[in-house]
Ligand binder design. Structure first.
Ligand SMILES: NC(=O)c1ccc[n+]([C@@H]2O[C@H](COP(=O)([O-])OP(=O)(O)OC[C@H]3O[C@@H](n4cnc5c(N)ncnc54)[C@H](O)[C@@H]3O)[C@@H](O)[C@H]2O)c1
Ligand SMILES: [Zn+2]
Length: 372
């Protein structure tokens, strides 16, 4: 037998830029980062009408070789078919190894583009221009892309970092309220797992966020946004490829939520399902004496004031058990359930007592009662 081991490491760096003020600068920033490379822009119909048409026109006016594909990037259609559509578009436009895919839109759009960019010619560069709150603080700043496959949420995907993520809170001015709230849910998640300072800021600013939409740079809302982004990046950076550990605090709220999303046929938004999951997980933590009654009340109180759902009729014991089984498959064989053990702190729970139908039933009922 002869063995020759092959080893290599690939360093990775990408930039996340939070940009002040007006949207007029988006095209010039993209053009500058492109440095003469061909741009293949992918966007969704609403975002195209509101923003992308103008951005593409500006890029063409500055002589950047740019073409644009508009796709129905909705959660229900987030499948391989759309990734193929992007690949077909790229082929038609003469994509080469230096071309750059650009996603302008929400997390669905950037997930599809990330996936397609990792496939095309075994990996081309991509830029992200997130236009939703989830995009700004979560989907747009990590390195993952994914599609749903045969009823399984994010079953197929890849790790493929963007070259740059351009974050402009000004896009949020037109974001529907429901989607704004869904993004707030992920910010609450970051606060609960890592930053009591962020929790306190959310608590004091929650009445203003609807109106200001993170656009008034003098307000605490700016601090909330940047703290949420930094907290997320601090969490992701040491375990970007999820290869170091399956015990990921950012999985808080992401154990029971996929099944709520799927059971609703994706009419419940990701952030809404995450809120329902966080509320249930917080009640489980209360019943396990990891969280005090005051902390539990404070958490659910913030959910209410932010207009986030606390319970869902779609979540029952059977579905919870199914979700725990799926989580174990995804997380190296153990459930690794992330539970809050205070505000800004989590623990990774693998004790079977939390996964018994009777325990789950009690936690579901208590959460339902708290929801009123
Ligand atoms: N890859 C990751 O790390 C990661 C992380 C979190 C979430 N995600 C994924 O992101 C998706 C959710 O993303 P999302 O919440 O951005 O939803 P989304 O992409 O579905 O966008 C929400 C809706 O808002 C519209 N929209 C977008 N920007 C707008 C704007 N500025 N004004 C008006 N309308 C606008 C879109 O057209 C869409 O209809 C889920 O599929 C989730 O799995 C991925
Ligand atoms: Zn999420």
């Amino acid at each position: 037998m002869r063995i020759r081991e092959v080893r290599n490491t690939r360093s990775l760096a990408y930039e996340v830029r939070l940009v002040d003020g007006i949207l007029d600068v988006v095209a010039s920033e993209i053009a500058q980062a492109a440095g003469g490379r061909q741009l293949l822009v992918v966007t969704s119909p609403t975002v195209h009408e509101l923003y992308t048409r103008r951005i593409v026109a500006d890029l063409l006016r500055s002589d950047v070789r740019t073409s644009c594909l508009v796709i129905e990037a909705s959660e229900r259609r987030k499948s391989l078919d759309l990734v193929e559509d992007i690949c077909t578009f790229a082929g038609r436009e003469g994509v080469d190894r230096r071309s750059v895919l650009v996603s302008i839109g929400g997390g669905v759009c950037s997930d599809l583009v990330t996936f397609a960019a990792s496939w095309i010619r075994r990996g081309i560069a991509h830029f992200r221009v997130p236009t939703t709150l989830i995009g700004l603080i979560d989907a747009g700043i990590g390195i993952k892309g994914a599609v749903n496959f045969r009823g399984r949420k994010s079953f197929l995907g890849s790790f493929h970092p963007p070259e740059v993520a351009f974050l402009h809170p000004a896009f949020l001015a037109t974001l529907p309220d429901r989607h704004l709230r869904a993004g707030l849910s992920e910010i609450v998640k970051m606060a609960l797992i890592r930053s009591s300072a962020l929790f306190d800021l959310l608590d004091s600013e929650c009445e203003n966020l609807d109106a200001c939409r993170f656009a008034r740079r003098d307000l605490d809302s700016d601090e909330i946004l940047w703290l949420a982004i930094e907290t997320m990046l601090d969490e992701l950076e040491p375990n970007l490829f999820e290869s170091v550990s399956y015990e990921r605090p950012v999985d808080f709220g992401h154990t029971f939520s996929p099944i709520v999303e799927a059971a609703s046929e994706y009419t419940v938004l990701h952030g809404e399902a995450v809120a329902v999951d966080m509320a249930l997980s917080s009640t489980m933590a209360l019943h396990l004496d990891l969280l005090s009654p005051d902390e539990h009340a404070e958490i659910l109180g913030l959910f209410r004031r932010l207009g986030l759902p606390i319970a869902s009729p779609l979540l029952n014991v059977d579905r919870c058990m199914e979700a725990l089984e799926a989580a174990a498959k995804h997380r190296g064989g153990a459930v690794n359930l992330i539970l809050p053990c205070g505000i800004g702190r989590t623990c990774c729970f693998n004790d079977d007592c939390a996964f018994e139908p009777g325990f789950l039933q009690r936690a579901l009922c208590a959460t339902q009662e708290a929801a009123g």
